[in-house]
Design a protein around this ligand. Structure first.
Ligand SMILES: [Zn+2]
Length: 135
């Protein structure tokens, strides 16, 4: 638990609910900028995550570093990224940002690994059966 209240960045939020800002001419999330200003560079492959689950929050006491996998685990744990929410977006082709799309597909796969693998197995079996019927 955090002892301080959230400090929300002002400005428009992007599709993911993060506020973006400029740092050294680069457009990055306000929470990332806040982290860099307070603690220095973010190591490669590390993400700035929220303890408070408030994506607009830039209170550095609420921020911590983690990997994308931890980010996904965190999202799943918090129930924020339900698969029902992911699928329609995927089908609708809403994701314009390639990186975002990839991250969401990975998240979707991580959440549904077993079901996807079962489906793939089923496809292979069906294919084998069909092949047998023909030959
Ligand atoms: Zn916060």
């Amino acid at each position: 638990m955090t002892t301080t209240v959230c400090v929300e960045a002002t400005g428009a939020t992007n599709n993911s609910g993060y506020v973006s800002t400029r740092l050294d001419g680069k457009r990055i999330g306000a929470h990332r900028a806040a982290y860099i200003k307070a603690f220095g560079e973010i190591p490669l492959g590390q993400y700035v995550l929220h303890k408070c689950d408030n994506r607009k929050c830039i209170n550095t006491e609420h921020l911590f570093l983690g990997t994308q996998a931890e980010n996904i685990q965190d999202m799943v744990a918090k129930g924020r990224q339900a698969t029902e929410e992911l699928l329609p977006q995927w089908k609708g082709g809403v994701w314009k940002d390639k990186e975002q799309r990839l991250a969401k597909m990975k998240a979707y796969y991580a959440l549904n690994r077993e079901r996807i693998q079962a489906q793939q197995k089923e496809y292979r079996l069906t294919y084998k059966r069909k092949k047998k019927e023909i030959t």
